[in-house]
Structure formats: structure tokens, C-alpha cells
Write a protein that binds this ligand. Structure first.
Ligand SMILES: C[S@@+](CC[C@H](N)C(=O)[O-])C[C@H]1O[C@@H](n2cnc3c(N)ncnc32)[C@H](O)[C@@H]1O
Length: 264
């Protein structure tokens, strides 16, 4: 899969899987309230976080490489704007851009940049990840904050046997109304710290047959101090570090690693 094809298949199912998951929204909402607009979301996807932030009145710029994901975000923004127009309200200040997070130049700076929901790991080599941080650093104001949210790699799951198909959940395909069963299988390349996650979407068609769609995502996972050193090497100094979206302290059992940084 080339980078340009990322999320091509799974975009159609993304919101059905994650739209209701707003456990991280309160974190970004709080940080946005503490800083000045505009805000930049890197790897904005379908706008799961950016759209509600824009609805709160923030000026948000979102970039993503997947045109399929951006189309969904644009559709939401346009629908909301047409309701707002009917109610005599101004349109959302939400700009969506097709850009690669490893090499973007927006010619403006931000007080808040955030890269949520493990998306940094989709930059699949060490050098690509450094390139992302380099772009972030160049787009931050001197007082700005950059928030990086990653899962905390679980040593227990890293040593599990790969390739086992796990049922995740069922949901309704919003376009067809059909039930979709999602299964995943994970392969781990411990030497290169790369996890390949295969998503299998089985849609139950009304005639009783199954329509299967698949997509593989490669994630280069990071450990705590590796990520901190990489941030520091690229001019981003740690201000806060949380183990979860509620701001709780990091422990060995924490599900997340949330780095709040500022320009060094
Ligand atoms: C897990 S989704 C996150 C979407 C959104 N931020 C959210 O929290 O719901 C990951 C997103 O990263 C995007 N992505 C992956 N590689 C990218 C790259 N090199 N540049 C920009 N976006 C990228 C994908 O297209 C996808 O929309």
C-alpha cells in the first residue's frame, strides 16, 4: 500500500467505529480553551475532533493525506454550515488540507498543534517520524504547545503470537444500512518496532452473502523515553506528561502516553 492509499478502504467505516469515542475530546477542548486560535490538527481524518472544536467557535486547520477521510470531514462541515446558514449563524472556521504530515509547509504558525489517536505511528520509519516533528517545530509559535498522543506499548501484547484473527465489534454501515463485523489481526516486527494491523470488514448483504474489505496499517510504535528524546532532538521540550486523556499520571499500566511540549 502506498502512503497515498492510506485509509482508502477503512475511511467509509471510520466514523461508525470511532465517532462515538470522544474520550480524548475533553483534553483537546481544554487545551484549545487555554490557547489562541488557530489550532492545527495533524492527521485530522474525518474531523472526529476538529469538527466539534470548530463548532465551539475555534478556528481549526486540519491536514490529512487521505482524500477519502478528508471528503468525509468536508461533508460534515458542509452539512453543518448549511444548517448554520439557515439559522443565520456564520460558517465554521474549519480549513481542511490534503498534506503529508512528514512534509508540509503552511506558511503560518499555531499556538496549539495536536497529533492525536496514535496517528504519529503511521509515519512508518524513524526518519519519517523525525520529519513530522521537524514540520511541527517550524509551525509552532514561541509560546505554542504541541500535543502528541500515543498508546503505551504493552509488553504483554508485544510478545503475543501474531496473525490471530480477533473479533472487535459490529456496527451498521451508514451508507448501506448493512451490518459490518470488524475483525483485526496483528503482526509484530519487534526488531523494527513495527506493528502491522489488518482490518477486515465483513459486510452482511441482504441476500445473505458477505462482502469483505481489508486494509493493512503499519504502525511504528515508540516507547516513552524514545519518544521524549525524539521530541527533544527536534526542538520540543516536555512540559507535561500524562498516562491517559484525563491527565492522570503515567504508570506502567497506563494505556496512553500523552506528551505536552513547547519549543525548546
Ligand atoms: C487514526 S486516524 C485519526 C483521525 C483523527 N485525528 C481522529 O482522531 O479521529 C489516522 C489518520 O492519519 C492519517 N494519516 C496517515 N498518514 C498520514 C500522513 N503521512 N500525513 C497526513 N495524514 C496521515 C490517515 O489518513 C488517517 O486519517
Amino acid at each position: 500500500m502506498s502512503q497515498e492509499e492510506i485509509y482508502r478502504t477503512s475511511a467509509a467505516f471510520y466514523d461508525a467505529q470511532y465517532q462515538g469515542d470522544l474520550t480524548d475530546y475533553q483534553l483537546y477542548r481544554r487545551l484549545a480553551a487555554e490557547t489562541n486560535d488557530p489550532i492545527l490538527e495533524i492527521a485530522v481524518g474525518t474531523g472526529r475532533l476538529a469538527v466539534p472544536l470548530a463548532e465551539e467557535g475555534h478556528e481549526v486547520v486540519g491536514l490529512d493525506l487521505s482524500q477519502e477521510m478528508l471528503n468525509i470531514a468536508e461533508g460534515k462541515r458542509n452539512r453543518i454550515n448549511s444548517w448554520r446558514k439557515d439559522e443565520g449563524k456564520p460558517p465554521l472556521k474549519l480549513t481542511l488540507l490534503r498534506e503529508d504530515m512528514c512534509r508540509f509547509e503552511l506558511e503560518r504558525k499555531f499556538d496549539l498543534i495536536y497529533l492525536p489517536f496514535n496517528s504519529f505511528m503511521l509515519a512508518s520509519t524513524l526518519r519519517e517520524q523525525e520529519a513530522v516533528l521537524n514540520c511541527v517545530r517550524r509551525h509552532l509559535t514561541p509560546e505554542g504547545r504541541f500535543v502528541l498522543s500515543l498508546f503505551n506499548p504493552s509488553l504483554r501484547s508485544l510478545i503475543e503470537r501474531g496473525g490471530i484473527l480477533d473479533f472487535q465489534k459490529s456496527f451498521v454501515n451508514p451508507d448501506s444500512g448493512n451490518r459490518v463485523d470488524l475483525m483485526t489481526a496483528v503482526w509484530r516486527d519487534l526488531a523494527n518496532q513495527v506493528m502491522t494491523v489488518q482490518f477486515i470488514f465483513d459486510e452482511q448483504l441482504p441476500d445473505g452473502t458477505l462482502k469483505r474489505a481489508r486494509e493493512n496499517l503499519r504502525m511504528r510504535y515508540l516507547f516513552r523515553y524514545e519518544a521524549q528524546l525524539m521530541l527533544e532532538k527536534n526542538g520540543l521540550e516536555l512540559v507535561d506528561f500524562y498516562g491517559d486523556n484525563d491527565g492522570s499520571p503515567f504508570t506502567a499500566a497506563s494505556p496512553m502516553m500523552i506528551f505536552i511540549t513547547k519549543p525548546a
